[in-house]
Design a binder for this molecule. Structure first.
Ligand SMILES: [Zn+2]
Length: 135
């Protein structure tokens, strides 16, 4: 059975841990949530641990990431050809459960070690990271 969901726009409330995480991004720091019960470090940041449901009370630095599942995108979400193709990847970090989907620079290939390239002017958003670039 195929189920289709029409989603034009939605609002997302980041919650208390998400707010802290976005403030860290605004300061140019990429962090991850750390569970106070089992010690799991995870992304995206959440208040409750995806492994044990314990509460995450702190954020810790992520360190360098690795680009996996790198894809080149040539059309927008309506099928219209982009003027310039973009690359996206799942970024995974050593010792961190989960990861982030984000833009990567053109030279990034599958398995490359990457770091975030922050914008100069930041506002507390995931887009404060312009893209991930090869280390
Ligand atoms: Zn936990």
């Amino acid at each position: 059975m195929e189920v289709r969901m029409e989603i034009d726009a939605y609002e997302y409330t980041p919650g208390p841990m998400g707010d802290k995480w976005l403030e860290e991004l605004k300061q140019g720091r990429l962090t991850a949530s750390k569970c106070s019960s089992c010690g799991t470090v995870f992304l995206p940041p959440k208040l409750y641990c995806p492994v044990c449901r314990g509460e995450a009370k702190e954020l810790v630095p992520t360190g360098k990431g690795r680009a996996v599942n790198v894809v080149q995108v040539k059309v927008d979400d309506e099928g219209k050809k982009l003027t310039r193709p973009v690359k996206l990847a799942l970024i995974r970090f050593d010792g961190i459960f989960g990861g982030l989907l984000h833009y990567v620079s053109d030279e990034v290939e599958e398995g490359d070690q990457v770091k975030p390239k922050f914008k100069v002017e930041r506002r507390g958003s995931i887009t404060d990271i312009e893209f991930f670039e090869r280390v």
